[in-house]
Design a protein around this ligand. Structure first.
Ligand SMILES: [Mg+2]
Length: 415
């Protein structure tokens, strides 16, 4: 395979940095962007001055303020961040047509063609090349970092490698203003000392299994034979085997569409009542399904997220045979996941539901078969009618409490 140059760019403390730009008096101060502790909010972004006190993203604001009482808390302004994100992506798009945004402040760029693009074969290219000093992917990456800082006031960290997996890990290693280049062929060596948790798809559960096998670093993982990993982790074992060696040939894909749709809610008070959780889950499922239909999307994976009162967070997901945009299906699956996942000993602080793995439109119809197709069509017509009424008269016009009760009956029947 020919050498690829993949760059991963991630803005440092994005929300907090934007707030500092808009109000320079905040510069250098411990700053937390997030909901207030009395709203039981969490830290969305923290400035490096706040991180010095141990403040981290996703930490409850109340806990962050115990670590750093003098921190200034600012509620997030997503519209402004969206504008900065658009300006940043516009700059990135000058350097490569192949950009894959991962979030507002993070993207992959395939800059493999940049030498041809910026090379000295035409006058225009020569002019641009000499002006910006672009030649190698490394120079391009430096230039990008510099432009974001000069033109937007944002610092970013960059990882440059032969693939996405390694580039992303590299960009996170030396934040802020990180710049880590991993030469082709040095991937395994680069990854070896890092903890296995750095790899894609190694979550809490997989990490625990690996730890039980005495594997803590990626280097230790790379010593395990493929057969042993496959026996332990199934098909994912093969991915682990490849990732441990820094192998990844996934392409940078232009991804304008959302990859998942989700909704979650943090309760004002922790909930220990299944019926209340199910009611919430129903309204979240409705909301997600309605947004799916609005965008003409159907998803194959339904995901449940739970956060306990002690902040332990877990996600569970299920893959459907037929992609869906129906609240009945989303709720049914999410409800089952809740039933299995919730330990009932701990109260629930947050619950969320999401749908992902969107299937292209044309493949979807043929997947419905026999009575299943009829039923799904009927449900879809009903859902669309409800959407129209709500569009016209507002969300409160129709309540689907009956769905929750009906489902409960069904479940007690199942038991
Ligand atoms: Mg970032």
């Amino acid at each position: 395979m020919t050498q690829r140059y993949i760059l991963h760019l991630d803005v440092d403390a994005f929300f907090a940095s934007v707030e500092e730009i808009l109000d320079p008096s905040l510069k250098g101060q411990p700053l937390i962007v997030g909901a207030r502790p009395e709203q039981r909010g969490v830290v969305a972004s923290a400035s490096y001055a706040a991180r010095a006190f141990g403040v981290r993203s996703a930490m409850p604001t109340a806990q962050a303020l115990r670590l750093c009482p003098q921190a200034i808390v600012i509620p997030p302004r997503h519209k402004v961040y969206g504008e900065y994100s658009a300006r940043m992506m516009a700059i990135l798009s000058e350097y490569s047509p192949l950009i894959e945004p991962l979030s507002l402040d993070e993207a992959f760029l395939d800059v493999t063609g940049c030498q041809a693009r910026w090379g000295p074969s035409t006058r225009l290219r020569r002019a641009q090349s000499s002006r910006s000093g672009l030649g190698s992917p490394e120079e391009l990456a430096h230039r990008l970092q510099e432009r974001l800082e000069v033109e937007l006031g944002l610092t970013a960290s960059i990882g440059l490698a032969a693939n996405k997996l390694v580039a992303k890990i590299a960009s996170g290693l030396e934040k802020p203003r990180g710049f880590v280049v991993v030469p082709q062929g040095k991937e395994a060596e680069f990854l070896a000392p890092l903890p296995v948790e750095k790899l894609w798809g190694v979550g809490e559960v997989t990490a625990r299994s690996l730890h039980e096998m005495g594997v803590f670093t990626i280097g230790q993982l790379a010593e395990l034979p493929a057969g042993q990993l496959e026996a332990r982790f199934g098909r994912r074992g093969r991915d682990l085997y490849r990732q441990a060696r820094g192998m990844d040939d996934s392409p940078v894909v232009l991804e304008r569409e959302e990859k998942s749709l989700s909704r979650e809610i943090t309760f004002a008070e922790d909930i220990g009542d299944m019926q209340i959780l199910r009611k919430k889950l129903l309204s979240l499922s409705e909301s997600v399904a309605r947004r799916l239909r609005k965008r003409g999307l159907r998803g194959r994976t339904v995901k449940l997220k739970l956060r306990y009162s002690d902040f332990k967070t877990l996600t569970r997901q299920v893959t459907l045979d037929v992609p869906t945009d129906l609240e009945q299906v989303v709720f049914d699956q999410a409800g089952r996941l809740l039933d299995k996942a919730w330990d009932r000993r701990r109260k629930v602080r947050l619950i969320g539901v999401g749908v992902s793995k969107f299937a292209p439109e044309e493949r979807q119809l043929s997947l419905f078969e026999g009575t299943g197709e009829e039923k799904a069509d009927k449900l879809r017509r009903l859902s669309q009618a409800v959407d129209q009424i709500r569009e016209k008269y507002g969300d409160e016009a129709i309540q689907r409490a009956s769905l929750a009760d009906g489902d409960r009956d069904e479940k007690s029947k199942m038991r």
